[in-house]
Design a protein around this ligand. Structure first.
Ligand code: MN
Length: 231
């Protein structure tokens, strides 16, 4: 029965953000660290190279390694696509929920950023939806920043599509809006990591300053693509 439930959820989520880099390689049960789509120093100004190198090479690699180790101990789950696993997070072993979420979230996060000037702009369709659901682009950014600064401790802030509407939410730890345990579920369009490991070397405790700078490296081209896939 559990397989049927997971399979159905996987099918239901097939229109959601598919994180190619987060998928297990075909024919293999092991996940791999996706390459960054830019150099470690490409986001300097918003995120320093040392933070990127540690964040990608150690933190994200750690989630991948720990996810593979946890799946080796739960072989009945190893063939289930990651999105389908996460949709059933409430019943997962904690190590798979945390590290599977960590792998999914970071694989998405890297692609949601681009060097300053290379991320494009929100599409006309996305801007229209933002104005419709938040009033203005400035109001949207303010609400997103509030979710990110208001997330107590480690976690993420998100823009998602849920039932055709844009919504902002936040999650603790490595939870995400694909999870059945998330307060707001939907297809992620934009996400920011507000764990201290994402910003502490450059910003120390100044999470708000990290947020302000981060908007300059948002990859709107990818956000637009995810919106078109999810709307
Ligand atoms: Mn992180």
């Amino acid at each position: 029965m559990k397989y049927l439930i997971i399979g159905a959820l996987g099918f239901a989520l097939s229109g959601c953000a598919s994180i190619e880099g987060a998928q297990a390689q075909q024919g293999s049960n092991s996940y791999t660290l996706p390459a960054l789509p830019y150099a470690y120093d490409a986001l300097e100004g918003a995120i320093d190279a040392q933070t990127m190198e540690i964040h990608h090479g150690r933190h994200h690699q750690g989630y991948v390694n720990n996810l593979n180790a946890a799946l080796a101990e739960n072989a009945q789950l190893a063939a289930t696509p990651l999105e389908a696993l996460l949709a059933n997070a409430g019943q997962l072993p904690a190590a798979i929920r945390n590290n599977g979420g960590g792998h999914y979230n970071h694989s998405l996060f890297w692609r949601l950023m681009a060097p300053v000037g290379q991320g494009g702009e929100p599409s006309a369709a996305l801007q229209e939806a933002i104005v419709r659901d938040f009033g203005s682009m400035d109001a949207f950014k303010a609400a997103f920043n509030r979710a990110a600064t208001g997330q107590f401790g480690s976690g993420w802030a998100w823009l998602v599509v849920a039932d055709g509407a844009l919504r902002i939410t936040s999650t603790p730890n490595q939870d995400n809006p694909l999870m059945d345990v998330a307060p707001t579920q939907g297809a992620p369009l934009l996400a920011i990591d507000v764990w201290e490991h994402a910003y502490y070397l450059k910003y120390q405790n100044r999470r708000a300053d990290y947020l302000t700078a981060w908007w300059s490296v948002v990859n709107w081209n990818e956000v637009n693509r995810l919106y078109e896939a999810a709307r």
